[in-house]
Every structure is written in C-alpha cells, then in structure tokens.
Design a protein around this ligand. Sequence first.
Ligand SMILES: [Mn+2]
Length: 440
Amino acid sequence: MPIPTAVELTETAARRARLLQTIGAQGIAIVPAAREVIRNRDSHYKFRQDSDFWYLTGFNEPDALAVLAPGRKEGAFLLFTRPRDKAREIWDGRRAGPEGAVSDYGADQGFVIDQFETMLPKLLAGRTQIFYTLGEHPQWDAKLTATVREIREVSRRGPDAPSSFVSLDTTLHEQRLIKTPAELQLIRKACEVSAAAHVRAMRATKPGCWEWQVAAEIHNEFEQNEMEPGYGSIVGGGDNACILHYKENEAQLRDGDLLLIDAGGEYRGYTADITRTFPVNGKYSGAQKEVYEVVLAAQKAAIAELKPGISSARPHEEATRALTEGLVALGLLKGDVTELIATEKHRQFYMHGTGHWLGLDVHDVGRYKLEGRPRPFQSGMVMTVEPGLYIAPDTAGIDPRFLGIGIRIEDDVLVTDAGPEVLTGGVPKDVAEVEAAMRA
Ligand SMILES: [Mn+2]
C-alpha cells in the first residue's frame, strides 16, 4: 500500500480527532495492528491489516500499535512500529520505522514496538478508562492487564489505576458505522469493479466450464483494478447453491443448472459484497424463474426500507414476508403467512438474515440494536440486502421441479436522506436483463 497522500493524512487525522473526543481527557485508546499469519512452513498469508488500526492510521505494516492519549504535551498520537532493519528489508520489504511513522503517517511520536511495554505504565497513569477490546489480541491482553495490576498495587502511593477496559464497540465502531465522503469514494469503487466482475462472470459462464474458471474471471477483474477478494468467493452451481458458505468452487457447471456467485472485491480495505444467481445456459427454466422472481421481489421490497429513521429490522421483516408469501404461492408452504412466519416455517427455505453492515469488514462493525431495540437507519450507513431461497435437493413432499434450486440476490445499499442508493446496480438482476447480459 503506498504512503498516504496529504488528503488521506487529513482524513485519518480527522478520524483520530473524533475518537479522541469520544474517549475524553481521562481515556486512552490502544489499537494493535494485525500480525502476519503462517500459511505453511515459512510462507505467510498475504498480510491484511486490522480494520480498526487501518481506519485510524493508514499504516499497513504488521507488529505495530497505535495509541491515542489525549493531554500529552508531545501530542496524542503515538505509533509503535517495527524497527528499521537493513537485512530484513532486503528480504521482506520496506519498513517505515519510528521516523517514517512521524514523517509519512502523521504520528506525533514514533517508537519501536519493543518500547511499548516499558512506556505503558506512564501512558496509563491518571487514565480512568482504557479503550481497548480485550480478547482479540492475546499477546497484548496479557501485557495490558499485568500493567494495570501493577499500577493498582502501587496506586495507594501514586496515581489512580484505570478502573475499566472499554471495548471499541461503543466508540470507534459507532464511528466506523457512519461512512465519511472519503470512505464512500472507496466503497463506490469497490462496488463498481465488483459489479463489472459479476457481469464478466455472466459472460464467461457456459455449460461444461468449471466453477473455478468462473472464479478466476472475477478475481482477474479485481486484480486488474488493484483489488483482491474481500472474502472467500462463493461460486456454486446446481445443488452447491444450497450450501450457504460453499467455497470449494470445484464442480463442473451443467446445462440447465443455476450458478450462484457471492463475491466482492476490496479496494484500499473497503469491500463490496454482491450475489447474483443466473442460469448456466443463459436462460432461466420455468421453475427457476418462478423462484427467482419471488426472491427478486423480496429484495426490492427490502431495499425500499433503507431510509433514515426506519428501523433497521424492517428490511428483514419485509423480505421474510415477501418470501413466505411467495413460498405459499409456489405451493412450497401451506397455510397462513403470518402464522408460518410466527412458527418459523419459512426457515426451512430461508435460514439467514437479510443484511449486514458493510465497510472495512464484510460483516462490518456497528451495533444493530441500541438499548435492546433495533436501531433506526441513518444517512451514511451502508448495508447489504440479500434475501434468498434454498430448496435442498432432498426436500420431501414438494413439487420435484423445485428441488436443488438455490437463489440469493445481494446488493450493497447506501442510506441517504434522498432514500436508498444501490451502489452495486452495475450488475443486472431482472430476469430479462441477466439473460441479455449473458448473450452479450
Ligand atoms: Mn453479504
């Protein structure tokens, strides 16, 4: 990842300033970077920065740590990094080091990561709350809790010990939930390229080709645009579409089957999340089309609910009702729709939620409920809308022409004062438009 531009530095500085406001003068925030993860023997997985750390620093190295400590005369933003190391940098790549942390990343002070432990008691002195999510970084959890215990033991003679650890859920994650204009620019790019990747997959799919070949088309489109998959791509033909997290992508695609693709590219940390389900041979069969139209209507009804002030539980309620009505109309369920939903009969065919927050994480941070109640939508939130129907191939007692049909349709939607804005509209979803795209 290149060194941040002046505009990007201004953006991360503004994010830190907002967080500093929330944590207050007596607080301190400690946000660790991600670590490298071994893939096998001495090879690592491609490094992916921790989203909280990335959001606040724009710094893409492992073994680092950001501290926001208000009220220090040297400045509030401390960035701990790996040391410069000529030999290691020849082998593994450039390191900013503590000097680069200041000159290139806007830190008030840069330190080598090994200095953190010795500096910690002084940093924590006089702080009442530590904003740090326990349980996610075991190597730091132990050091932090040990230091707090030490301070507590001497606090009769010295400064007060911090009285609580506060997870970042109520501060930083609430901040991340409302996207800034700069974030939306990156999200829009991720969504546009991901939509193009799905169109490319539609054009490339032919009976006889393999799921992994279609996946390769999608990933090529990502990489040609400086992106990578934001999560494991799901490319499932036929019955595989009924496996919600199918990721083998290893089967051959058959004439007459549907193909479900759930894939999104990540740009500068922000991912899209799109699902489309289309016919391998370019034309939906009668039964496929009947189920598809039910899911599509449910998706459109759910999207219409993404407006400021509306309960964020509404899209799922709308989708569930529309899908259950459709299941009754298709003869897959029998009975009164309200009763079927109340007794969760629909869950045989629709067993997941209708959407989630989207951003730096595909299942992004931000609470869904406030004080136990679903929160209302606000302008600047981004949510996926992804109803589906999955009719397992061994379902008993239904019209056999529906067996093995799995359909999900997913778009990414921005809540605006003017109403829902679909960011992933670049890939068709109406039956005629999908079939036309496949002919193109
Ligand atoms: Mn999703």
